[in-house]
Design a protein around this ligand. Structure first.
Ligand SMILES: Cc1cc2nc3c(=O)[nH]c(=O)nc-3n(C[C@H](O)[C@H](O)[C@H](O)COP(=O)(O)OP(=O)(O)OC[C@H]3O[C@@H](n4cnc5c(N)ncnc54)[C@H](O)[C@@H]3O)c2cc1C
Ligand SMILES: NC(=O)c1ccc[n+]([C@@H]2O[C@H](COP(=O)([O-])OP(=O)(O)OC[C@H]3O[C@@H](n4cnc5c(N)ncnc54)[C@H](OP(=O)(O)O)[C@@H]3O)[C@@H](O)[C@H]2O)c1
Length: 454
């Protein structure tokens, strides 16, 4: 299960690549909201573990779930558990300082060839971090430990492999372009026949990506030393991961089954379907990253509130505007099946796709819907007159949570952690040096840790 750390921002702190400027915009918006006297930040409290949902319910009129996606999808193929097969989610969490993945130790010094499976933006983030000269990353808030490991990396080639074609890839143009502009990194030209003869006729988004991919990178000068390369392989589905002959626990290569477009599909459409062929091939890999998407799970206690969870889609069922729907609830509100007073937003509402901007837009929609429902006087949580909300909100459970030994941070506590991280960063010439242990975050906030005193 995901947990709420002492610090805010979710994936914006622990997932988004530290050299991406949209992080700043999102944080500024969050800070603007946090400056409202009606806003309460409750850090280091994991709902479903430190406080039960059914304990919260009597004290609120409405609740909104926006707890993201804490797992990643698996491939379900043989050898996926070999040493050297790394989840992209864990890797990005590691270099971004997520406490739970600090022991990851990706063996980047083991070999030169890396395979990334999946062709979304996370896959390209992984490739970019592996290929970017470490000195270019030093000014970002990638942790010192990650920088140290990256500086010892022997990786020279990264192949990002997709099971469909270039027009079905999930990445966006900005991320491909970033990879084309890394010094001394050459892109292996892609097969022109995967594109229609006139790419100008493609929809705008695919056309722009196509232009960037077909242009590729300029040839490296013959004097280039330490050059690296990256490639996009299409129409290859991973079949199995193979161990090395010297060490039966260590990854050494990956087998792929080649795919072809289904006869009834347009190979140039975004939704084109593929079928396996008889052809196979093997790619050497000292390390492989599985990057085939994230997955939300149910937090404990959802069912106590009558909230279903769609395990297949990994979402809380909703009416697309954010009202949580339970078909078994039946009519009775303005929206049939709406579980009164309960809403959702973000990846747990829509599934694990979307950039910060679209996730924020979508959250604004959920907030608007709550206001509209309130103004329309539809029932909320605890609506019947006999069972009205206590109106206490967090203060209805605070003592119980603290009595359990949970050290709870407010917004002022976080600002102290923030200031200390910035100070630590200043000492090493970057914007911030994150605390990577929960205890250090808590000490930064001013909590005394008796167990650490001598
Ligand atoms: C690796 C990666 C890189 C990305 N890079 C970019 C990028 O460069 N640009 C861009 O625009 N978008 C990027 N995105 C997309 C962006 O991060 C998401 O759209 C956005 O963060 C999703 O927001 P969310 O609120 O649904 O989930 P999250 O950001 O995951 O937030 C969920 C929050 O809920 C908390 N939580 C979870 N469980 C509990 C619980 N039980 N109790 C209390 N709290 C809980 C978590 O701690 C977290 O704070 C990236 C995504 C990934 C995975
Ligand atoms: N810079 C940014 O803006 C940025 C950075 C990172 C992430 N994000 C966003 O975060 C979201 C999540 O990104 P993501 O990369 O984790 O997920 P994603 O965009 O859903 O991409 C997942 C990729 O994995 C492939 N895949 C799925 N199952 C597979 C299997 N069994 N075998 C082989 N390939 C498989 C998919 O191919 P199919 O299409 O064939 O299923 C797809 O190429 C996206 O919306 C992304 O745009 C944005």
């Amino acid at each position: 299960m995901y947990e709420q750390l002492p610090v805010p921002y979710g994936l914006v702190r622990f997932g988004v690549a530290p050299d991406h400027p949209e992080v700043k915009n999102c944080i500024e918006k969050f800070e603007e909201v946090a400056s409202s006297p009606r806003f309460l930040y409750i850090g280091n409290v994991t709902v479903g573990r430190d406080v039960a949902l059914k304990s919260l319910k009597p004290h609120y009129d409405a609740m909104l779930f926006s707890y993201g996606a804490s797992e990643d999808r698996k491939l379900g193929i043989a050898g996926e558990d070999l040493k050297g097969v790394v989840s992209a989610r864990e890797f990005v969490g590691w270099y971004n300082g997520l406490p739970q993945f600090q022991a990851l130790e990706p063996a980047l010094e083991n070999g030169e060839e890396v395979v990334v499976i999946g062709q979304g933006n996370v896959a390209l983030d992984v490739a970019r971090i592996l290929l970017t000269p470490v000195d270019k990353l030093r000014h970002t808030d990638i942790t010192e430990q990650a920088l140290e490991t990256l500086s010892r990396s022997r990786v020279k080639s990264v192949r990002v492999v997709g099971r469909r074609g270039p027009l079905q890839a999930a990445f966006t143009v900005k991320e491909v372009r970033e990879l084309m502009h890394i010094d001394h990194v050459q892109f292996e030209p892609i097969n022109r026949s995967l594109y229609p003869p006139d790419i100008k006729k493609l929809p705008r988004v695919q056309k722009r990506i196509g232009e960037v991919m077909l242009k590729g990178t300029p040839p490296l000068s013959s004097h280039s030393t330490n050059s690296k390369s990256w490639a996009l392989d299409f129409l290859k589905a991973p079949e199995q991961m193979n161990a090395s002959s010297a060490n039966s626990r260590q990854l050494s290569s990956i087998d792929f089954t080649h795919q072809t477009f289904a006869p009834d599909t347009d190979p140039f459409s975004k939704t084109a379907k593929v079928l396996p062929t008889e052809e196979t091939s093997t790619l050497p890999a000292s390390i492989a990253f599985r990057s085939v998407g994230y997955k939300s799970t149910a937090i404990p206690g959802l069912s106590d509130l009558g909230v279903p969870f769609d395990e297949k889609l990994g979402i809380i069922p909703n009416d697309q505007y954010g009202r949580i729907i339970n078909p078994s609830t039946g009519p009775g509100s303005l929206t049939a099946g709406h579980v009164h007073g309960l809403y959702c937003a973000g990846w747990v509402k829509r599934g694990p796709t979307g950039v910060i901007a679209s996730t924020m837009d979508d959250a604004f929609t959920s907030a608007d819907v709550i206001i509209r429902d309130w103004e329309s006087e539809v029932p909320f949580l605890n609506s019947p007159e006999s069972d009205k909300s206590t109106g206490l909100g967090w203060y209805g459970v605070k003592d119980e949570v603290i009595a359990r030994g949970v050290r709870v941070l407010d917004w002022g506590d976080w600002l102290r952690v923030d200031e200390m991280e910035r100070l630590r960063g200043k000492n090493v010439g970057k914007e911030r040096e994150k605390f990577v242990e929960v205890e250090d975050m808590l000490e930064g906030a001013g909590f005394v840790n008796f167990s650490r005193r001598g």
